[in-house]
Ligand binder design. Structure first.
Ligand SMILES: [Zn+2]
Length: 410
């Protein structure tokens, strides 16, 4: 059993701050929450209990190469087959690679994150490797597998008719036996026929479909040249993805399309900025009602530290709104907590309430730089750093505990 008393809680899917007299976890479930008064500011130090974080876009496989693509373009660093990332990953031994992935999953737990949606390269092998690391650390890896090699030639992609070969279909089936779903770099990497085949297989196996769209204008232009329509429109039609990544250069028409289809869209503005790309239209997307999530993207581009992503996203959004009044910091914090539910369902709630899974992060607001917060939500979004994470708990199990925290377990 875990018990906290006289703390502060961000309660329910709306993350409403309340004084909390008692918070009790039994096994993997929140058994009791005794709420006090609503409190949006602090008069003295407290522990803040909040839903643990979900990182909706990672490539943890390349976390073995921190900052390795510095000075390279998106194409030079990240595109198949000759991009730096793919050349380097192919050189790693299983043992060495596993140790890097495991270390980064531990860092996620240390920074308050209990789950991530990973766009895993290297086919069946890549999915197996991450599954092994995830089981060892206890952070949930939602694995979205990718073919080891592109199954089509440039000519086949331009013709946009070829089906997946029997060998590619076998690889897909073997991946889906391990992974939680499928992903690819861009819609332009496969033919429309192949996307429809993948859609059918993933539906059969009740697996997730994800895709990167509109990371730069090139994605749209290549798709227009091949299929006569942009990559987002094409993805929605032939692939029906559960999750779209980027939307960095989404125009008004494309934002309306995302909202109309009730899409789940993961943004990663730090990664976009780090590649010299435009910043995503965060304010316009928030206004559109699209369900937004946040990710940290490639391990080689960014640390998987969502506190940094929250801070950056909030401030860029304020600048885009242009009035310093919007958005409410809660809207940004929901992007790493309760907005996950429409994507994953199951036992992923991203919220704290009685009867829900005990998935939460404890922040140490006793410290001098946090204890006088005049807006708890804003301080969580802009001021908390990994050093302020006191505990990270998934399904009642402690994944991380600050060495200064005394044992609260019976
Ligand atoms: Zn990605």
């Amino acid at each position: 059993m875990l018990e906290f008393s006289d703390c502060t809680i961000l309660h329910g899917t709306e993350l409403e701050p309340y004084e909390c007299k008692r918070f009790i976890v039994e096994q993997d479930t929140i058994r009791a929450i005794e709420l006090g008064q609503p409190c949006d500011r602090l008069e003295k130090g407290t522990l803040v209990l909040m839903p643990a974080l979900y990182n909706s876009h990672t490539h943890i496989g390349d976390s073995c190469l921190p900052d390795g693509a510095t000075g390279m373009t998106l194409e030079q660093g990240f595109f198949r087959p000759e991009g730096y990332k793919y050349r380097e990953l192919a050189k790693r031994s299983r043992e060495e690679h596993l140790s890097h992935i495991t270390a980064h999953l531990r860092y996620m737990a240390r920074t308050g994150t209990i789950a991530h949606l990973d766009f895993r390269e290297q086919g069946v092998y890549g999915s197996q490797l991450l599954r092994q690391a995830s089981e060892a650390v206890g952070v949930r890896s939602v694995i979205l597998g990718q073919f080891n090699d592109l199954p089509f030639t440039a000519e086949q992609l331009t013709e946009n008719r070829a089906e997946l070969s029997e060998a590619a279909l076998q690889e897909l089936e073997a991946m889906l036996a391990i992974a939680d779903g499928f992903s690819e770099s861009t819609i332009n990497d496969l033919t429309d026929t192949a996307w429809q085949q993948i859609r059918q297989r993933t539906e059969q196996h009740h697996k997730l479909r994800a895709i990167h769209c509109l990371e730069n204008a090139g994605y749209r232009e290549v798709s227009l040249a091949i299929a006569g329509r942009g990559d987002l429109e094409r993805a929605l039609d032939v692939y029906d993805p559960h999750l779209i990544i980027h939307a960095t250069v989404a125009n008004d028409e494309e934002i309306a399309m995302l909202a109309k289809h009730q899409c789940n869209v993961a943004l990663n503005p730090r990664a976009n900025a780090n590649l010299g790309l435009p910043l995503p239209p965060i304010a316009a997307l928030l206004e559109s009602g699209t369900n937004l999530l946040l990710g940290t993207d490639n391990g080689l581009l960014n640390s998987p530290n969502l506190w940094a992503e929250l801070d950056f996203t909030y401030k860029v959004a304020k600048s885009q709104f242009g009035d310093a009044l919007r958005p409410d910091p809660t809207a940004i914090l929901k992007m790493v907590t309760s907005n996950i539910r429409p994507v994953l369902g199951g036992d992923a709630y991203g919220a704290l309430a009685v009867g829900l899974p005990a998935d939460f992060t404890v922040l140490n607001f006793h410290q001098g730089h946090l204890r006088a917060s005049q807006n708890i939500l804003a301080s969580v979004v802009t001021r908390v750093t990994p050093e302020d994470v006191w505990m990270t708990i998934r399904q009642g199990k402690v994944l991380y505990r600050d060495p200064r925290a005394s044992s609260l377990e019976d």
